[in-house]
Ligand binder design. Structure first.
Ligand SMILES: Cc1cc2nc3c(=O)[nH]c(=O)nc-3n(C[C@H](O)[C@H](O)[C@H](O)COP(=O)(O)OP(=O)(O)OC[C@H]3O[C@@H](n4cnc5c(N)ncnc54)[C@H](O)[C@@H]3O)c2cc1C
Length: 275
């Protein structure tokens, strides 16, 4: 058994959090059943009391063409996938050139940009609870019901890497802040935009401690200057309360809060009645 001490203030995209021991897993063992899996923490807000953590070992960092499919290991970074597809003239993964994460996290979150989502070309996944076909998975906008480590995913193989799409995705990023964040803080509610709602309740550019809803893009919660978990949680809850008060819309977090107090069905971030 291998353990790595990870300093979240260096490792996570929020550049915040303490140091925690993380089990590096080489295979699925029952003793990891109560552990929470992390990828490269581009969508994670780490608190002071995370559950026991694990991550896939380097053994799962691979990408190959096999039996007419693209097979990618759960620990493969998005940049490596995009480069491989460019080199081998493979289509449909161009959006990963500007979307940080590892394959397991990308699939779990059904990550994507506009209509380009990782599930579009997914065929099946290999997990600690066996293989699942796409049809057996419940998925939607930044959502899947996968609750087990994803070890590998297979995708349709279509040739024709599109450089214009890479340019388009780069342009789509141009109004987004480069300050440490985890991308969009909230999911867009149906027929609306979380950023518009945050701005409408006066929180665009609003700062608490070292955290702020970005002046460039209100739905990006950014770490301006040594922001803390408490600063971030305060702002998240303030946005949820104000937007609910004004529009009766409950903003659902897209970022994953890794702290026992804010996980599970009793999390105060889930709906107005638990807040
Ligand atoms: C600047 C910036 C821009 C971003 N823009 C976008 C965007 O445009 N679109 C978008 O969709 N996202 C965006 N994100 C968020 C992030 O890139 C994605 O959510 C990505 O999928 C996270 O991957 P990760 O490996 O970092 O996962 P983590 O953040 O480590 O984990 C995220 C979730 O995935 C789960 N998970 C991780 N690995 C596995 C695994 N092997 N098996 C099962 N579950 C696993 C975790 O338990 C957690 O629930 C952005 C983030 C940043 C920092």
């Amino acid at each position: 058994m291998k353990t790595k001490n990870i300093n979240f203030s260096k490792f996570s995209s929020f550049k915040m959090g303490g140091s925690f021991d993380v089990e590096i897993i080489e295979s699925c063992l029952p003793l990891y059943a109560n552990h929470y899996i992390i990828g490269s923490c581009n969508n994670i807000l780490a608190g002071t009391e995370p559950p026991p953590l694990m991550m896939l070992s380097k053994k799962y960092d691979y990408i190959k063409i096999e039996n007419g499919l693209l097979k990618i290991g759960g620990a493969t970074p998005s940049g490596k996938i995009a480069s491989f597809c460019k080199k081998h003239d493979i289509a449909n993964f161009e959006f990963l050139s500007h979307l940080p994460g590892k394959l397991g996290g990308l699939v779990k979150m059904n990550a994507g940009l506009k209509e380009y989502e990782i599930f579009n070309n997914l065929i099946s996944i290999c997990t600690c609870q066996g293989n699942l076909k796409k049809e057996e998975i419940d998925f939607g906008y930044r959502f899947t019901n996968i609750n087990t480590p994803i070890l590998e995913a297979s995708f349709t193989l279509t040739y024709g890497f599109n450089n214009d799409r890479v340019t388009l995705f780069k342009k789509m990023r141009s109004n987004q802040p480069s300050t440490p964040s985890a991308g969009s803080c909230f999911k867009n509610p149906k027929s609306d935009y979380a950023g518009r709602l945050i701005e409408a309740v006066g929180l665009k550019g609003f700062r608490v401690g070292g955290m702020e809803f970005s002046r460039e893009h209100a739905n990006f919660l950014v770490n301006i200057n040594n922001g803390t978990f408490d600063d971030a949680i305060f702002l998240i809850q303030e946005a949820q309360k104000r937007v609910f008060g004004e529009f009766t819309i409950w903003l659902e977090c897209e970022i994953v809060v890794l702290d026992k107090k804010f996980m599970g069905k009793d999390s105060p971030l889930l709906n107005p009645n638990t807040n």
